[in-house]
Design a protein around this ligand. Structure first.
Ligand code: G3P
Length: 223
């Protein structure tokens, strides 16, 4: 499973990429607004420079012609750009055209049928929104599993991007389900490393080492 970061905050991306596990980034209009972006293109290019992998950039038109126009512009910025298109009927019309010149991430997917329709229209990535479904009493992870089953059933080379991730448990469930990709906020990624036993264990080791470091520490200092 590939890990992508769901943010447009450069410091978060820089930090997470330095951990060696982040392979891509997803942005959306909310992330762009929250990151206080002033130059859209320059900001996306900076993200690409840091992550050196696929970066999803969302169109904001609601008619297919506008979506295609935006996709043409965005796709020119870098081969790493993935055009994110909302899974509505106008979005399908746009996907049919955009697929011929750019890779598509179909966003705002809340049902297996929407995932099927987006993939059939040409989206390579489909993004089921896990937590937004959980939040209204549905099972977001079941949607991820259903998308995976659909692509397996028809031997499609599409990739499921589990999106709208808010908890470590959701990430764990994505791993067990075999999701191709999970995109998550920086706070969730960081939380994957939290374990009190690791902290306690490290403290014990270092306390014990402190008792002998005067005598043995030279070996670590190359003396
Ligand atoms: O970027 C798409 C998605 O992951 C955002 O979902 O629920 O975290 O706003 P949410």
């Amino acid at each position: 499973m590939k890990v992508w970061l769901d943010t447009a905050v450069l410091d978060e991306i820089r930090e997470a990429v330095s951990w060696g596990v982040v392979r891509g980034v997803t942005t959306n209009p909310t992330h762009i607004a929250n990151a206080g972006v002033t130059d859209f293109r320059a900001h996306i290019l900076e993200i690409i420079e840091i992550v050196q992998g696929p970066v999803s950039v969302e169109v904001v038109s609601t008619d297919w012609q506008g979506m295609v126009r935006e996709a043409e512009e965005i796709a020119r910025w870098s081969p790493h750009v993935v055009v994110k298109i909302p899974t509505i009927i106008e979005g399908l019309k746009a996907m049919k055209i955009v697929k011929d010149f750019a890779t598509i991430n179909a966003t705002l997917i809340f049902s297996p049928n929407q995932a099927y329709m987006a993939a059939a229209a040409g989206a390579h990535y489909v993004s089921p929104f896990v937590n937004r479904l959980d939040a209204i009493g549905h099972d977001g992870m079941q949607l991820v599993r259903d998308c995976l089953t659909i692509f397996r059933n028809y031997n499609w080379d599409r990739e499921v991007v589990a999106a709208s991730i808010r908890t470590s448990l959701q990430v764990y469930e994505c791993l067990l389900a075999g999701s191709h990709i999970v995109t998550m906020p920086f706070s969730v990624l960081k939380g994957l490393m939290d374990h009190p036993m690791t902290e306690i264990g490290l403290k014990m080791f270092l306390d014990d080492w402190a008792r002998v470091s005067a005598a043995l520490g030279d070996a670590l200092r190359g003396r």
